[in-house]
Design a protein around this ligand. Structure first.
Ligand SMILES: [Zn+2]
Length: 313
C-alpha cells in the first residue's frame, strides 16, 4: 500500500499538521507537532508512516531533538500503531498515553490481537508492525495533568467512550483541543460528524459525557485526528451529540423491529445523506451510500453488542 504525506502545514499558532492518506483504510489521518521550547508530537499514525514523519520533523521548528513528548489520544492502529517505531527514532522523547492504556505500549500483544480483529489478520502488510515501547520511556497520564512545553501548556483531558483510555489535549496558547476520535469523524466536505464507535469497548454514556466535557472546555478550535480541523466548535460539538443520538436511536429501533444489521446500516447511511443535504444543499445525494457501507455496518454491530449487553435488545 502507499501512504501519501504532505509537507508540514501550520494550522494555528505553532501547531503544525502532517496529513497522510491511508488508501487501505480510505482514511485521511493527521499527525501534529505542537511547537514549544519542548515540542510535542500528537499521534503517530501506523508504523508505515514513521519514516515520513521523521523526515518532516527534521525540517520542523526544533528539529528531531526538539521533540520532548509523543502523545497518543488513544492506541488504535491508525492513531498510535507507529509509537514503538517513532519512539526509537526520537530517543529523547517521553511517550505519553492515558494510564488506562499504558500497559499495552510496553507489551502490545493484546493490542496486536484486537488490531487483527479490526483491521484484518495481515494488517502488518499494509500498516507495518506494532512495536513495543521501552517501559522506561512511557509516562502514564491522568486527567488534569499538564505537559509543560515552555511557551505553552497541553492539558490532558480524559475522554473515555470511543476507547476507555481516550484522552484529549487542550492547548493553552490557542485554546485548540485535540479531540482524537471523541467526537467522531469530521467530514469537512459535508460539515458532518459521523459517529465512530468501535468494538469491543463501546460505552455510549461515556461518549456523551466526554462530548459534554469537551463542550465545557469552550475551545476555539477542534483538531481532529482524521480529516481536519475547524474553528466552528459550538456547531460541531452539538452536531456530534445529535449524530450520536440519532444513529443509536435508528439502530435500536430497527433491530428491535426485527430488522437486519444491513437494513439498520442502510437507514443510518440514508440519514447521513439527508443530514448532509440539510447542512449543505450542494452535497450530492447518496454521498454516503457506497463508500461508507462497511464502516457503517461495523458501527451497527458495535451498537448491537452495546444494546445487548444492557438488555435493551
Ligand atoms: Zn479509534
Amino acid at each position: 500500500m502507499r501512504a501519501n504525506m504532505d509537507q508540514l502545514t501550520e494550522i494555528a499558532d505553532g501547531i503544525y499538521q502532517l496529513r497522510f492518506t491511508l488508501e487501505q483504510a480510505r482514511s485521511q489521518s493527521r499527525v501534529y507537532l505542537v511547537a514549544g521550547e519542548r515540542g510535542a508530537v500528537v499521534e503517530t499514525g501506523p508504523t508505515i508512516m514513521v519514516p515520513s514523519i521523521v523526515e518532516a520533523l527534521k525540517e520542523a521548528p526544533g528539529g528531531l531533538d526538539g521533540v520532548a513528548f509523543i502523545v497518543l489520544t488513544h492506541l488504535h492502529l491508525d492513531h498510535g500503531g507507529g509509537i514503538g517505531a517513532l519512539s526509537q527514532a526520537l530517543p529523547r522523547a517521553t511517550v505519553v498515553a492515558h494510564e488506562r492504556g499504558i500497559r499495552h505500549l510496553a507489551d502490545p500483544s493484546r493490542l496486536i490481537e484486537s488490531t487483527r480483529m479490526a483491521f484484518g489478520r495481515r494488517f502488518e502488510e499494509h500498516y507495518g508492525p506494532i512495536l513495543p515501547v521501552a517501559p522506561e520511556r512511557v509516562h502514564p497520564a491522568v486527567d488534569g495533568e499538564v505537559l509543560d512545553l515552555g511557551v505553552r501548556k497541553l492539558e490532558v483531558v480524559h475522554t473515555p467512550g470511543h476507547a476507555p483510555h481516550h484522552l484529549c489535549l487542550m492547548d493553552s496558547r490557542t485554546r485548540a483541543v485535540f479531540v482524537g476520535e471523541a467526537l467522531g469523524h469530521f467530514l469537512p466536505d459535508t460539515g458532518l460528524l459521523v459517529p465512530s464507535i468501535p468494538l469491543p469497548m463501546v460505552d455510549l454514556k461515556a461518549i456523551f459525557r466526554s462530548i459534554n466535557r469537551i463542550q465545557r472546555l469552550n475551545p476555539d478550535m477542534l483538531i481532529f485526528s482524521q480529516f481536519g480541523h475547524s474553528p466552528d466548535t459550538e456547531r460541531l460539538i452539538l452536531e456530534a451529540k445529535r449524530a450520536m443520538a440519532a444513529t443509536s436511536r435508528i439502530v435500536l429501533s430497527r433491530l428491535r423491529g426485527g430488522g437486519s444489521e444491513q437494513e439498520a446500516a442502510a437507514l443510518v447511511l440514508a440519514h447521513y445523506d439527508e443530514r448532509a443535504s440539510h447542512i449543505d444543499p450542494q452535497v450530492p445525494p447518496m454521498r454516503f451510500s457506497g463508500a461508507w457501507a462497511g464502516t457503517t455496518l461495523q458501527l451497527v454491530q458495535s451498537l448491537r453488542a452495546y444494546f445487548r449487553k444492557r438488555d435493551l435488545l
